[in-house]
Design a protein around this ligand. Sequence first.
Ligand code: BGC
Length: 445
Amino acid sequence: MLIRKPHSYLSGIAKITKLHTGLDSGLRYGQNSLPADSLKGRCEMTKNFLQPILFDSNHQRTPMIRRMFLLFLSCLTLIPFCAGSGGPSSTQGALMVKKEAFGSTPDGKAVELYTLANMHGIEVRVMTYGGIVVSVKTPDKAGHLADITLGFDTLAGYLANKPYFGALVGRYGNRIANGKFAVDGKEYTLAKNNGPNSLHGGLKGFDKVVWQAESFQKSAEVGVILKYTSANGEEGYPGTLHVTVTYTLNDKNEFSIDYHAITDKATPINLTNHTYFNLAGEGSGSILHEELMLNANHFTPVDSTLIPTGKIASVTGTPFDFTKSTVVGSRINNKDEQLELGGGYDHNFVINRQGAGLVLAARVYAPTTGRVLEVDTTQPGVQFYTGNFLDGIHGKHGHIYNKRDALCLETQHYPDSPNQPSFPSTILKPGQTYHEITVWRFSTR
Ligand code: BGC
């Protein structure tokens, strides 16, 4: 379903009437907190300190009233250090958005980096080059913040971003077979940048252009509105396409991506975000121990070039059944034709839904850190990709990213839909509005 009314869940961009940049507000989260280890130490000290006051061997000589007074004073002094020690609530912050320069592209376009933070200390950074989500910092169950997305420290890394870390992908996310499709009886040819197929919008997709940006701040959310106009014929696609993507972080620990587009000629469109998650923290190794639930009874099997065969297959009795939370790596090496073709999971799952609107598509849980990521979406599918092609990429903080060090949950329409008449249509016509929403919700348990 392409045409959707703005969902009531988040106020749509049309409703945003006043924008606040809040550029001078600084990052203030964490100012009242101490690291959990040091808090634990202080609580131990309290115990040791109180022991002699209450139970000293000379207690006969210390009047009871004096001992009680000393105890009262000690409690007053130490309560603030012990309260909430180690829990996620120890990460305090303030809602804010700030903008800074992040270098420029080889053709001289300035790139800006926006930092969004909420009152719980969650921080998301996005940049105007490729609409890329540069980092996502969330607390673990002990309150320690870590960046849970793969990426690079500088713009230079992203300019050669082969794996599409954090990218805003378009005009068509995922593959189009043989780089060809027809609309209204006219055939169009795209660049083949992935074997015989076109992948993620072609040679210079939406992940490689500089977007116009404007930030906003409201009472319980902050965000950035990104705009890009894709010219008629760009990368071989028909029609001038006006795209608006709004990234919003709210105080309920939700980060939403709201996509809008209009066109002046019928064109395929399939926008997604390609963030690579590792809920134990980027650079911490494999995600195979993380647990995944996919709200999908079916998936779309692929051929040897990862183009869907057209079949909608049941997941029942296969390694593709994630309807109950399952360890990601528990079946990934099973003898299974689809797993072998994908080199692991690299498949589109058909999200269970009754009608349009936001539904829960996926939930990931990392037992080591207690972090939980839930993904809601209005889209019909989600590409579950286990980073099978990561091959020693030099990422943030000198970390090397290898195969299976992250997973992607790319909410989307099914791959190759323009050539698959039985799949939901991805053709946007003049007069229609493309509108999709995806929400990432962060928590711990
Ligand atoms: C695709 C993978 C591809 C990756 C990076 C995913 O969306 O399904 O096959 O390797 O993107 O391009």
